[in-house]
Design a protein around this ligand. Structure first.
Ligand SMILES: N[C@@H](CCC(=O)N[C@@H](CS)C(=O)NCC(=O)O)C(=O)O
Length: 210
């Protein structure tokens, strides 16, 4: 048991980002599974600490940190090796833009509560919902493929924030059977990242509760 507790869910891609960064930086933590399927993220005791009722949340240094990119920013400030963004302003802005294609533009419209709303409130069937899901990933990936480097990772020879956001989003794309043939650079980066232990140990199947 460590003092750093990550409230996550094995299939949550925002949690997956934080797990990767904790591993890359060698920060020991204890994971507490918050089952999204059982609605544990909406339990009053959890919402009292995280008013959005979402995962991840990182309990560290007496703080309950929320929002995966804010958590990663905290970790980056506290544990600077390896850095998730460059200190060069232009490189930093480029990495943030690449990461935000996923974190700000793809992921929010495909979140569980959006999918539930499409189904329950708007009465859409599963096929429509799956097409919705694939549509928004594909649209973002078309841009990201153009933004991706010809060789190496987004971070060059070491993963950065864009790589950390990409791998969980690729996992989601595969889970929903998105055809990835138009995204060879993204597939190359995913595959290179998944050679690294920090990524492998953070993968949903590696952390899935028994
Ligand atoms: N922007 C937030 C997104 C957090 C988020 O949407 N988490 C999802 C799992 S990936 C969640 O908790 N969903 C529960 C729900 O929709 O009820 C972040 O990056 O942390």
């Amino acid at each position: 048991m460590t003092d750093i507790i990550l409230y996550d869910y094995w299939r949550s891609s925002a949690s997956y980002r934080v797990r990767i960064v904790l591993n890359l930086k060698g920060v020991a933590y204890t994971a507490t599974s918050t089952s999204l399927l059982d609605g544990e993220q909406k339990a009053p005791a959890y919402v009292a600490r995280n008013p959005q009722g979402l995962v991840p949340m990182l309990s560290i240094d007496g703080h309950d940190l929320t929002q995966s990119l804010a958590i990663i920013d905290y970790l980056d400030a506290k544990y600077d090796d390896p850095p998730m963004v460059s200190s060069d302003p232009a490189e930093r802005a480029t990495t943030l833009a690449q990461a935000l294609v996923i974190a700000a533009d793809i992921h929010p419209v495909n979140n569980l509560r959006i999918l539930k709303y499409l189904k329950k409130e708007l009465g859409q069937d599963q096929e429509v919902i799956d097409n919705w899901y694939r549509h928004w990933i594909a649209e973002g990936f078309v841009a990201l493929e153009t933004m991706a480097p010809e060789t190496g990772l987004f971070g060059g020879d070491k993963p950065n924030l864009a790589d950390v956001c990409l791998v969980p989003q690729m996992y989601n794309a595969r889970r929903f059977d998105l055809d990835l043939q138009d995204f060879p650079k993204l597939e190359r980066i995913e595959s290179a990242c998944n050679q690294l232990e920090a990524f492998r140990k953070a993968a949903p199947e590696a952390v899935k509760p028994a």
